[in-house]
Design a protein around this ligand. Structure first.
Ligand code: TMP
Length: 203
């Protein structure tokens, strides 16, 4: 028995965390065991690394390495065990975020990220990655309404445009793994689209 591994991605302010929570509730209501988690984070060490990553100044390479350090703990301690007991793991960001933010946003070489990916999780990949897509300007407005910016959220519109472009390019390259949803649509419509996509796994 293996559960399903579903990751949610999008630029900050796209609404992906809200859609993840709503999808988790809908799946639970349908009798599925769901584990909700996030990156960076999801373990004690991962959450400590998260605080540093969101607040402290560091080089883009250090940032990349710490993202993977947190991820390895998360995979070993949380994701793989939960999948093994049949849970569906809904994870707020995963390695696609490192390509989008550290390659697209910060300019770290794509091949370095690919190497780290192959050391950190040579076989594990999400069964589905939902990209909640939103225009950077709209996302910036949402963020401004909701919270004080962290180190990533303080980046400019050009940074988020590059991050978004990497997400969309990865989705085009792997249409079987990705589902791109329009983040400007009402939440219930987005959740319906996601549920439709996972329907074959529930039979
Ligand atoms: P969150 O706001 O979605 O919780 O994620 C925290 C921030 O971390 C977000 O601004 C994106 C960033 N991030 C990366 O830059 N690379 C990564 O690999 C991950 C998982 C997150």
């Amino acid at each position: 028995m293996r559960g399903r591994f579903i990751t949610f991605e999008g630029i900050d302010g796209s609404g992906k965390s809200t859609q993840l929570a709503a999808t988790a509730s809908a799946l639970r209501a349908g009798g599925i065991d769901v584990l909700q988690t996030r990156e960076p984070g999801g373990t004690q060490l991962g959450e400590a690394l998260r605080s540093m990553l969101l607040q402290r100044r560091m080089s883009p390479l250090t940032e990349t390495l710490l993202m993977f350090a947190a991820r390895v703990e998360h995979i070993d301690e949380v994701i793989v065990p939960a999948l093994g007991t049949g849970h569906w793991v809904l994870c707020d960001r995963f390695t696609d975020a490192t390509y989008a933010y550290q390659w697209g946003g910060r300019g770290i070489a794509q091949e370095w990220i690919a190497s780290l990916e192959s050391w950190s999780h040579p076989t594990l990949q999400p069964d589905l990655t939902v990209v909640v897509d939103l225009e950077p300007q709209q996302a910036a407005l949402r963020r401004a309404r909701e919270r004080e910016p962290d180190r990533f959220e303080a980046q400019d519109a050009a940074f988020f445009a590059r991050v978004r472009e990497v997400y969309l390019a990865r989705a085009r390259a792997e249409p079987n793994r990705f589902l791109v949803v329009d983040g400007s649509r009402p939440g219930p419509q987005i959740v319906t689209q996601i549920l439709e996509r996972v329907k074959p796994w529930r039979a």
